[in-house]
Design a protein around this ligand. Structure first.
Ligand code: MG
Length: 372
């Protein structure tokens, strides 16, 4: 049932290190399985999405976010006859390179790494699966297929693209990745916009009245209110959000099928040469943008989120400066002789930390107590 332009695990562009074909599963399943067994994947459980992990047990973490992206992505892939295993693998791996403390952490680490080539979570996810995971006797990293690695690298600068080899090529040639990669990218957007509303309301940082001014939310809120007058707020919110997700998924599938029909691609290679084919309709895209704008101004820049972000940045900055000035403060495997390499190792060490590990490491380094 796969479309002729779907990615095909039997025609994969392959892995960096040659391996025997897997038995009883295809190459994309093997990729997905390797990701699930990696330690970076387990650490997602303790990394912030918007709210710091210990703020409450009900908020999304990077792990539950990645699972939601996989669920939405697979639903879309099945509708479009694309390869679900590849979408699932990309979804589960897409955030592996995130620092502790979400975007605040990444901003601070990027600032610290300015003279050393910067820090970008997308590139770091690729670094995790290409080098940092230490599990297999024959190679560093997870040795994933080209298609999975291409899907992880959503964007990168031309300068970085040149040093990335095969997966950097499309940025130089200005080509698109597989439709599976395009689907996962938008599934990510659908997932975080919707769960951030949910978490934002649950935290009390945003109120239902504010969201009534956001078109995509209020449309569905009105429908639910008229169908179920007097419904308790928790259910009202969930009924609204599930309808929003459904609307976005259905719109994305309908518009994407129309885009594909217009270009009639015959192969994955055609997909690479076409304009991006996975998209929302222009009206829904506009509504999504309104929602994003709302979340940016009302939630991500809420003063209580800002306070946490400032603390997070301080932790990252101070850890970085302690380690870069004296690398012997880090575990041995992160110590190195050259200055350039040092900075990257410090950055790898910090990026790999969970929120609570970073907080503890900060206390261990800077607080005088009997605890080590
Ligand atoms: Mg994400």
């Amino acid at each position: 049932m796969l479309a002729k332009f779907a990615a095909n695990p039997y025609k994969s562009l392959g892995r960096k290190h040659k391996e025997p074909e897997p038995q009883g599963r295809n190459n994309f399943q093997r990729d997905r399985d390797r990701i699930i067994h990696s330690s970076a994947f387990r650490r997602l459980e303790y990394k912030t999405q918007v709210f710091v992990n210990h703020e409450g047990d009900l908020f999304r973490t990077r792990l539950t976010h990645s699972l939601e992206v996989a669920q939405i992505g697979r639903a879309i892939a099945r509708n479009l006859n694309l390869h679900e295993d590849l979408v699932e693998g990309i979804a589960l791996a897409h955030d592996l390179g995130h620092t502790p403390f979400g975007h605040a952490g990444q901003e601070a680490l990027n600032q610290c790494m300015k003279e050393f080539g910067g820090f970008e979570h997308n590139l770091q996810s690729l670094r995790v699966v290409d080098y940092l995971e230490q599990r297999y006797a024959d190679f560093d990293g997870l040795n994933l297929t080209f298609e999975l690695r291409e899907g992880i690298l959503k964007h990168c600068s031309l300068k970085n693209a040149k040093s990335l080899g095969d997966v950097g090529q499309r940025f130089i040639k200005k080509q698109q990745p597989s439709l599976e990669a395009q689907v996962t990218n938008l599934a990510d957007e659908i997932a975080y916009n919707n769960h951030d509303i949910d978490d934002g309301l649950r935290s009390g940082l945003i109120k239902l009245e504010q969201l009534e001014k956001v078109r995509i939310f209020s449309t569905h809120l009105q429908i639910v209110r008229s169908l179920y007058p007097g419904l308790a707020e928790r259910k009202l919110i969930h009924e609204t959000i599930r309808r929003m997700i459904n609307t976005l998924v259905v719109d994305l599938c309908t518009q994407s099928i129309a885009n594909i029909d217009k270009e009639h691609p015959e192969s994955v290679d055609d997909i690479r040469r076409c304009p991006p084919l996975i998209s929302f309709s222009s009206d829904i895209k506009k509504q999504q943008d309104e929602l994003k704008h709302f979340l940016r101004t009302e939630l991500y820049q809420h003063y209580r989120v800002n306070r946490m972000s400032e603390k997070a940045k301080k932790i990252i900055r101070e850890l970085f400066s302690a380690f870069i000035n004296d690398t012997t403060l880090m575990p041995q495997e992160y110590q190195s002789k050259s200055k350039e390499e040092n900075a990257r190792k410090v950055s790898d060490y910090i990026a790999g930390m969970t929120d609570r590990y970073a907080i503890r490491e900060y206390q261990r380094l800077f607080t005088v107590s009997s605890e080590w």
